[in-house]
Write a protein that binds this ligand. Structure first.
Ligand code: AMP
Length: 215
């Protein structure tokens, strides 16, 4: 069983790396951003409030995120899980520790995808997401209107320069302190996420391989 957490600024490639790791290790990908986007489609006041928050790039309340997340851990298979986008602040990290303890699970690796904000801004404006399967592309490397599954590619409402600034600021204030939190847990690995998708993936998998051989 391998339990992984990806910690990163917006558009650092969390989603893309998650897709690869999910396939490579057969682990369950839990992305709170995806869970929230799904919930925001609801045709009621909850859905429309959620849509508004997501559009601005601010964090959704811990209560809502935890409610969406809580049941997911009962579905985790013996292969493990990969957390993408959670925790986003210290309070969520403390809550996660409690959830894992209750489910008799533990985190093995926290990968911190480190990348400069100037690179992130370029990545975010070129990013497109498939409306059907959620796969992520970048128009600088994939100039097509449709996903390989046939679904239409669209730009996320929070992938604007203005929302990016708020998301990045929120990351610096609320999420970055988690680097120290997980360093203190002794499970943090810093990865240079300005490298190519393949190189970042190779770095991550070689750390996991080393860990396996140490067991
Ligand atoms: P992401 O897809 O991870 O970039 O998340 C998209 C948006 O969903 C974020 O900008 C937040 O508004 C919201 N979100 C995702 N995960 C969390 C979380 N753990 N806590 C609060 N808000 C979140």
């Amino acid at each position: 069983m391998i339990n992984i957490l990806l910690l990163a600024p917006p558009a650092a490639g969390k989603g893309t790396q998650s897709e690869l790791l999910e396939k490579q290790y057969g682990i369950m990908h839990i992305a709170t951003g995806n869970l929230l986007r799904e919930a925001s489609i609801r045709n009621d006041i909850f859905g429309s409030n959620l849509r508004e928050i997501l559009k601005t790039g601010r964090l959704v309340s811990d209560e809502i995120v935890l409610e969406l997340l809580n049941n997911k851990f009962h579905e985790v298979s013996s292969k493990g899980f990969l957390l993408d986008g959670f925790p986003r602040n210290i309070n969520q990290a403390i809550e996660l520790d409690k959830i894992l303890k209750e489910a008799n699970l533990k985190l093995d690796y926290v990968f911190f995808l480190d990348v400069d904000s100037s690179i992130l801004e370029k990545r975010i404006t070129g990013r497109r997401m498939c409306k059907t399967c959620g796969k992520i592309y970048n128009i600088y490397s994939f100039n097509n209107t449709n996903c390989l599954c046939g679904g239409e590619l669209c730009q996320r409402e929070d992938d604007t320069e203005e929302a990016f600034r708020i998301r990045y600021q929120t990351y610096l204030e609320a999420t970055l302190p988690l680097v120290e939190y997980y360093q203190n847990h002794g499970i943090l690995h810093k990865i240079d996420a300005s490298l190519s998708i393949e190189e970042v993936n190779k770095e991550i998998t070689s750390i996991i391989k080393k860990g396996d051989s140490n067991d």
